[in-house]
Design a protein. Structure first.
Length: 189
């Protein structure tokens, strides 16, 4: 079974081979599939990530769909993520060179219906390999929201090592499109 560092290296190498057209088309397929999911349809408050250059891009999805849902984005605060409403005019470059929302109007995780979660990789059980800081595991452990992981198909593995603090997602959507039902851990500790 592959360990997380090997997975991170393998995915980084594969992502470096994608051209811009492949990235745009993959993001379109993934987010079209997400928009057709019942969990997205019924959700009012959706938290998602503002993508880095090497992540499946959320930029078009945010700009085209921010009128149909209340979108929220995370902001790094020490070891945790805060959740703030998305407004294009309030974005600034924050921790780790990620665009984050400004302001003091943080919302409680319990007000979020759906979380679209980034990862370096997922397995067929909904487990995720993140960047190694644990931000999303800490956030997801406090949430009852439905969670959808999004990724390129090559980021989906059969299985990999997990740790007790790892929080799986409910669904994984790839660009094939492929929707995998994850497994649910008891999130609240």
């Amino acid at each position: 079974m592959m360990n997380k560092d090997d997975i991170r290296r393998q995915v980084r190498a594969r992502k470096s081979m994608l051209d811009d057209n492949e990235k745009i088309a993959a993001a379109q397929r993934v987010f079209d599939a997400v928009r057709n999911m019942a969990a997205y349809t019924v959700a009012k408050n959706v938290m998602l990530y503002h993508s880095l250059a090497d992540e499946l891009s959320t930029r078009e999805f945010i700009s085209h769909c921010s009128e149909e849902k209340n979108f929220f984005l995370p902001r790094v605060n020490g070891l945790d993520l805060e959740i703030l409403p998305y407004e294009r005019s309030r974005m600034h470059l924050g921790a780790f060179h990620i665009e984050e929302p400004e302001g003091d109007d943080t919302v409680d995780i319990d007000s979020i219906d759906l979380i679209i979660v980034p990862a370096v990789a997922y397995d067929r059980h909904g487990n995720r390999v993140g960047r190694g800081k644990g931000y999303y595991d800490r956030l997801l452990s406090r949430s009852h929201a439905i969670t959808i992981g999004v990724c390129y198909d090559f980021q989906l593995f059969d299985e990999f090592e997990t740790e007790n603090h790892d929080i799986p997602v409910d669904f994984v959507v790839t660009d094939k499109p492929n929707i995998i039902r994850g497994r649910k851990k008891n999130k609240r500790r």
